[in-house]
Design a protein around this ligand. Structure first.
Ligand code: B1M
Length: 591
């Protein structure tokens, strides 16, 4: 049980090399502060405290961070804003995040003037300390990675997506700069004898798939990882990649680049059983304990059952480590974290003798993604011309197409209804089927939006007024807004008037906006399991204020389901941004 195992990094490496160890290792790199303190019964503040926690919990390693990300949490930040959020255990925690509209480098001048750090600017003393204090058998894991993430954070998500379409050389220069800084840092740190592996967290995917076209990743990101991978393989150092979301499209690339392990196989995005079948001989799988449900909302018995099931199905032959599907966030109950650790020791000894169904509990099994019904596109005009202009970000071309059709006798509103909106629906469908990625969809929506603005005087009664007003926002405590912004853009592009309240919006602010703006639809986004409750609070508050019958409410965001939307009394749910625009159209038109 907890506290009875001494660290053995050999076990970790054996598992990472997809061979069978003596027992399944624990694999989480990050455990949030509050849980560290609670587990140890005292503040965990020094590196020695960290090591003590890792030993007590039964890990074979301790993790440390170096590199460009050190700067992102600083007061002056790079492109960050911050806020204080209450977590489930009652404490306050300051979080930093990027301004997703526009960062600090959006043009060449800013690029040149930016005070780029070098490896000399980072705090390397932790590696020296780990060299001195690690007990025999334990090694340190360098958390580096973050080449893709700083690039988008420095530019801001929207500017990054836009630049990929219109200013690719700037993006290339940023990848070159950040990659070089991270590579130099990597070379310095791996010289320390304490370092046994390098983990590279870099979120390149979301629930539906990759955030950007993999061709960019192959050009600008993976070559850096290949360089690091070559060094690790030569030096006998483990090399791990972490990305949330559905990474199916680049799994073969990860093998080619030289990664030994992949984390966290997000359970609602990838079926770990299938991943094991396809890549399990070449990549060690680390994670998959569901942070959306089991670890956060389940009981310790559920967690125990899920650990049992993962070890039973993924553990045989080695190449599997138990870990959460992201990090052990501070809203995981302490008893659930302990249950995860305990169950790993209880069931994880090789040879495994685990039979199906022996441990009862509510566990997560992969559900697949919602199946889409094919939308029937009704359009009298040839929409391909509109589609080409939108996907090519050709505002002038789209204006001229519209003018032509107007000259041929159509009203501007007819061109919008019969040409642009159906074309935008096709754009949405292509995103849903993975033919295009976020930048392409975003730019198409922006192109259409600019063209609508151009014709605003000719759109009788303004198209927006015809389609309705939507108030959108990410609920309180939630700092994820890239998806919400896409929803807003799709709505805007499809002719709705959009009032965007931003992120971490309180129930009171939603109510005030409903009273003031009198929207047809209130669209609520949440990405965290813990903030989903805010949606119910807002719907209940609308009811109490006598406003519920005056506005339709739709909800969406990665952890949500139709069942949850029904349960809290929402009028609609959408899986993605095109679906949200479609749902608003249905609700407004009463269809
Ligand atoms: Co965080 N994060 N994050 N994160 N993050 C997730 C959401 C997570 C799923 C990762 C995981 O588990 N592997 C996990 C949540 C688990 C859970 O609770 N269910 C998570 C976590 C745990 C956290 C922190 C707690 C980490 C920590 O600090 N320990 C922390 C929380 C901060 C907070 O909110 N209080 C945190 C922080 C962050 C960053 C700030 C670093 C960054 C957000 C930056 C920003 O938004 N400005 C971030 C990111 C980028 C992610 C991932 C990697 C990507 C999210 C994203 O932007 N996707 C995400 C992993 C994942 O999604 N699989 C993850 C791209 C975007 C286009 O997709 O937002 O899903 P998405 O939107 C989609 C649909 O969901 C839908 O349409 C969009 C596109 O079609 N949709 C709607 C969204 N809203 C809708 C509304 C609708 C309808 C559809 O109707 C109204």
């Amino acid at each position: 049980m907890i506290g009875q195992h001494s660290p053995t990094f050999e076990r970790y490496l054996t598992t990472l090399y997809c061979e069978e160890p003596d027992r399944v290792p624990l694999g989480d790199f990050t455990v949030d502060q509050m849980l560290l303190d609670q587990f140890m019964g005292k503040p965990v503040s020094t590196l020695q405290d960290q090591v003590d926690f890792r030993i007590a919990a039964g890990f074979d390693f301790v993790a440390g961070l170096s590199g460009i990300f050190e700067l992102f949490g600083s007061a002056e930040g790079i492109a960050t804003e911050s806020d204080t959020a209450k977590n489930s255990l009652g404490g306050d925690r300051t979080r930093h995040w990027a301004n997703e509209h526009e960062g600090v480098i959006t043009n060449w001048e800013q690029f040149e003037k930016y005070p780029w750090p070098s490896a000399d600017d980072f705090n390397m003393s932790i590696w020296q300390t780990f060299d001195e204090i690690l007990p025999p058998g334990m090694k340190a894991i360098l958390m580096l990675g973050k080449i893709y993430t700083p690039v988008w954070m420095l530019m801001g998500a929207e500017a990054f997506f836009k630049s990929l379409e219109v200013n690719e050389s700037l993006v290339e220069a940023l990848f070159e700069k950040v990659g070089q800084i991270q590579y130099e840092t990597f070379l310095r740190v791996v010289e320390h004898p304490c370092v046994g592996a390098v983990a590279n967290p870099d979120d390149i995917a979301h629930n539906t798939g990759l955030l950007i076209n993999p061709s960019y990743l192959r050009k600008y990101l993976f070559p850096w990882y290949k360089k690091m991978g070559d060094v690790c393989r030569n030096e006998g150092i483990g090399f791990i990649f972490h990305s949330d979301g559905d990474c199916t499209e680049i799994m073969d690339d990860l093998v080619d680049v030289g990664f030994h392990g992949f984390n966290p196989i997000q359970p609602n995005c990838m079926d770990i059983v299938e991943v094991k079948k396809k890549w399990g001989q070449r990549l060690c799988l680390i994670g998959n304990l569901n942070l959306d449900s089991t670890l956060t909302l389940g009981s310790p018995e559920d967690v125990r059952a899920e650990v049992y099931e993962r070890i039973r199905t993924i553990g045989p032959g080695g190449g599997y480590m138990v870990a959460s599907s992201n990090s052990i966030a501070d809203y995981v109950p302490l008893d659930n974290m302990k249950a995860m650790f305990d169950a790993t020791y209880e069931f994880g000894s090789y040879p495994l003798h685990l039979e199906e169904g022996m441990i009862k509990g509510k566990i997560w099994t992969f559900q697949g993604k919602p199946q889409k019904e094919k939308i029937e596109i009704e359009a009298d005009l040839n929409i391909n011309r509109y589609l080409t202009a939108m996907l090519g970000n050709d505002v002038a071309g789209l204006i001229s197409l519209t003018q032509n059709d107007i000259r041929n006798g159509l009203k501007a509103s007819e061109v919008v209804n019969q040409g642009m909106i159906p074309a935008m629906t096709v754009v949405g469908e292509r995103f849903q089927t993975g033919e295009i990625y976020i930048p392409e969809m975003m730019m198409a929506a922006k192109t259409m939006s600019e063209v609508l603005e151009h014709f605003k005087d000719q759109l009788t009664g303004r198209q927006a007024e015809k389609r309705g007003t939507v108030v959108v926002g990410t609920v309180k405590g939630d700092l994820h807004d890239i998806g919400k912004n896409l929803v807003a853009m799709m709505l805007d592009g499809q002719g709705f008037k959009v009032e965007d309240l931003g992120l971490s919006v309180t129930t009171e602010a939603f109510l005030a906006a409903v009273k003031e703006k009198k929207p047809d639809v209130l669209a609520l986004s949440a990405l965290l399991t813990t903030t989903m409750v805010e949606m119910k609070k807002t719907i209940d508050a609308l009811r109490e204020a006598g406003l519920r019958e005056k506005v339709k409410v739709i909800v969406g965001g990665a952890p949500l389901t139709q069942a949850f939307a029904d349960e809290i009394g929402a009028d609609g749910y959408a899986y993605d941004a095109p679906g949200a625009a479609q749902k608003c159209s249905e609700l407004v038109s009463g269809k």
